[in-house]
Write a protein that binds this ligand. Structure first.
Ligand code: UT7
Length: 357
């Protein structure tokens, strides 16, 4: 069995259409000043007609596979974390799997709202470390713009669309994901939800009339719990990895609100200089926010080989979780051992053990 699961490829896609706060001033009763000071968001990306969660996932997935030098036909598992799938079913992961040609892969979606990416990462890591799979394509993607009530200023200014993907591979090297923690509190589910469109309230003229297919959120309640829960999960994941906060080089939090991110950093006594923030350009892309941030952190030199990275998220459900990993980066000829190489290693070990002294 492999010792670790390591990220060997990463990629993202953000739609080209930019919606600025000034644009929103023309749609709802809001101001750039309010949005910037309350959330840190300046602009967000909005999917164009024809773009969906699966099409954006495919773009991100292809970039991640290329970076990992992994062929789609060799991918063993595709997991998409999303709260805004193309359909209730089939799973978005199946659409992605077919489109990229990962025909030997298992495929399913994970829905834990903004915690979906960390949840999917935790599942993939577990399946790799337990020996079930050698690799997995883990995607976080959302088209939340299609679930927003563009007349509700308290929600429509917050969210954006996009997708991010990571390739995870088995390795015996001491790199990769060191811990994951996941939590939930379903008693608070109604504070952030899309009330209708599934089995409890199927779509009807009435549900449409009452606007029940849009995201509803008690923002203040979510805010308060987000800060505490993310800080608690971060500490738990760090302890589980056998590290202390001082060991963490980069914190990549879910990008929901700059005040939440600052609140988490303050609660942890963690310097903001080590926190990666890109919310100003994307808004809250839910499941996509952490993988997009990973890509941008790497591209801007904020993530380097050997860095200890802390990921932390909070979202509807409620759900929250964190992960600690040591960043490996691109292969550069240091690809973690293949199954054949691993088998050769085992054989070598056995020969070594039985060889007379
Ligand atoms: O991804 C995980 C899930 N989501 C989150 O983590 C989001 C968590 N919540 C938040 O980020 C914040 O609670 C919000 C950004 C949503 C709201 O910030 P707030 O400081 O909690 O504002 P508020 O909801 O208390 O509203 C303050 C005022 C209200 O007016 P009154 O009642 O005081 O007169 C709102 O009607 O701001 C008003 N308001 C706005 N004004 C201008 C709400 N939205 C807007 C807006 N523009 N877009």
């Amino acid at each position: 069995m492999a010792k670790n699961a390591v990220i060997t490829g990463w990629g993202y896609y953000a739609p080209s259409r930019v919606l600025t706060n000034a644009d929103l001033e023309r749609i709802v009763d809001t101001t750039d000043e309010w949005i910037t000071s309350r959330t840190g968001i300046k602009e967000r990306r909005i999917a164009s007609d024809g773009e969906t969660t699966s099409t954006m996932s495919v773009r991100a997935a292809r970039a991640a596979l290329e970076k990992a030098h992994l062929r789609a036909q060799d991918v063993q598992l595709v997991i998409v974390g999303t709260a805004s799938p193309d359909y209730l079913f089939p799973a978005t992961a199946c659409l992605v799997q077919a489109e990229i040609g990962a025909m030997k892969a298992g495929a399913f979606d994970v829905e834990a709202a903004c915690t979906s990416f960390i949840s999917a990462l935790a599942i993939a890591r577990g399946l790799i470390v337990s020996g079930v799979y050698e690799n997995a394509l883990v995607i976080g993607a959302e088209t939340l713009s299609r679930l927003l009530n563009w007349k509700d200023r308290s929600t429509c200014v917050l969210f954006g669309d996009g997708a991010g993907a990571c390739v995870l591979e088995a390795t015996n090297a001491s790199v990769g994901i060191e811990s994951t923690v996941l939590h939930g509190d379903g008693s608070k589910g109604e504070l952030l939800m899309v009330p209708a469109g599934a089995s409890k309230l199927p779509a009807s003229a009435d549900t449409i009339e009452r606007g029940l297919h849009f995201i509803t959120m008690a923002g203040g309640e979510v805010f308060k719990l987000a800060v505490k829960s993310m800080a608690d999960a971060a500490e738990e994941a760090i302890a589980e990895a056998g590290l202390s906060l001082d060991d963490i080089d980069v914190l990549i939090p879910h990008q929901a609100n700059i005040r939440i991110i600052e609140g988490v950093a303050k609660r942890l006594h963690f310097p903001m200089e080590k926190v990666f923030v890109n919310i100003q350009r994307y808004g809250n892309t839910s499941a996509a926010s952490i993988p997009i941030a990973i890509c941008e952190a790497e591209a801007t030199g904020r993530l380097r080989r050997g860095d200890k990275v802390l990921l932390v998220a909070f979202g509807g459900g409620f759900t929250w979780g964190a992960a600690v990993l040591e960043w490996f980066g691109a292969h550069d000829g240091m690809r973690p051992p293949s199954p054949l190489e691993r088998a050769a290693q085992v054989l070598e070990d056995v020969v070594e053990r039985v060889r007379p002294a």
